[in-house]
Design a protein around this ligand. Structure first.
Ligand code: PGA
Ligand code: ZN
Length: 383
């Protein structure tokens, strides 16, 4: 496949901040892709550049890409990495590189008459499947003002049907809104469209969520993204606290219970709670094969978050996911704190056969479109 034209523009994301949208053309086909951004980023993530600087770089990249014949995604991503020439994509920027890698993936799928998830399934060698939805219904931490200390509280319906899961989530959200209103007054939204709860007690989020779930007649699991690397002080919740929470609530997964430097605490919690709870690395592992390998050597987690933006190309994202799966871990494909309308991650999760899919709260449009894409795949493709 030859690329005839690429262009880049700046668009606003869900927080009205500037991000990149790329367009790529090959013959009669043209695709768009836009990149999200993190607010609680891990320190080992690939580096993003100012979108305005990215615009200055695109015509040079176009001259380097035009005329090449690409048959594989790895070949295209490899060329971008060579042009960048750094280990963390700081020269061309992970956001710019990813926008092109996403476009190329979509274009390659279309050229081959495939859905994007089908192409990803072939490249990764995974059996496609529909993931469990991890709905971020209550938010705290740096994604909010004046809310709970933990960043995300998930409602996880116990079904692999995104359609039924979304229906359940909507039922839950209306009950949850009423309860938060009654107990805490005004209901506000966090960065991902979930509700906030004005309490400093981390457990209060789980309490109100479980009650709303029971009152709605729903039987789901719950989960947490503690996002401990983002704590503004040195607060850390010890193992006995997390153990207590897992005894009191139906917790399926806990993400980043400790900060990205606390490898020993990660290993301890995985040893003690790992047989019943997914201990999930996000800032700890940053979709980076080197860190995922290190986490395996230290038995630090039994599950990982997979985010394209953390590593910066689709092929390296697939490599990271495959490595994590080779250790028998669960993988959860996830959105970012600041999102766009691009629904690529839904295809990614199906194509990788991911166990979980975390796309914020469906009350926000940028999150909803990704759940809707999953439902479309469920409907059309009979997986
Ligand atoms: P971020 O948060 O995109 O702001 O880093 C999401 C997460 O921590 O999972
Ligand atoms: Zn996280």
């Amino acid at each position: 496949m030859k690329i005839d034209r690429i262009s880049l523009k700046i668009i606003p994301d869900s927080k009205a901040r500037e991000t990149l949208e790329a367009k790529m053309q090959s013959g009669a086909l043209a695709v768009l892709a836009s990149v999200p951004a993190g607010e609680s980023t891990g320190k080992n993530e690939a580096k993003v550049i100012d979108p305005k600087i990215a615009l200055e770089k695109i015509s040079w990249i176009e001259t380097q890409i035009k005329g090449h014949e690409f048959s594989q995604l790895g070949q295209f991503d490899g060329l971008l990495n060579t042009l960048d020439g750094t280990s963390n994509k700081s020269n061309l920027g992970a956001n710019l590189i990813l926008s092109l890698s996403l476009c190329f993936t979509k274009l390659l799928a279309q050229k081959g008459g495939l859905e994007t998830w089908q192409l990803i399934s072939r490249i990764s060698g995974s059996r496609p499947s529909l993931p469990l939805c991890f709905f971020n219904v209550i938010e705290g931490g740096v994604h909010t003002e004046n809310s709970l200390p933990f960043q995300e509280y998930w409602f996880i319906p116990k079904i692999n049907s995104p359609k039924k899961a979304l229906d359940q989530c909507q039922t839950l959200l209306s009950q949850l809104k009423k309860k938060i209103n009654a107990e805490y007054g005004k209901v506000q939204m966090g960065a991902e469209g979930g509700y906030t709860v004005s309490s400093k007690n981390a457990e209060d989020g789980l309490k109100i969520l479980r009650t709303a779930m029971e009152e709605s007649g729903l039987d789901g699991n719950l989960g947490l993204d503690v996002a401990a690397s983002s704590f503004s002080d040195i607060t850390s919740y010890d193992l006995s606290y997390f153990r207590l929470l897992t005894q009191k609530y139906p917790l399926l997964a806990i993400e980043d219970p400790y900060s990205e430097e606390d490898w020993e605490d990660f290993s301890k919690i995985t040893e003690v709670l790992g047989s019943k709870v997914w201990i999930v690395g996000d800032d700890l592992t940053t979709t980076n094969p080197k860190l995922i390998k290190l986490a395996a050597e230290r038995n630090a987690v039994n599950a990982v978050i997979i985010k394209t933006t953390q590593i910066g190309t689709v092929s390296e994202t697939i490599q990271a996911a495959n490595l994590a799966k080779s250790y028998g871990w669960k993988i959860i494909v996830a959105n970012r704190g600041e999102e766009t309308m691009d629904d690529f991650i839904a295809d990614l999760s199906v194509g990788l056969g991911a166990d979980g899919f975390k796309s914020g709260c469906p009350l926000q449009e940028e999150r909803l479109v990704k759940y809707q894409r999953l439902i479309e795949i469920e409907k059309i493709c009979h997986i």
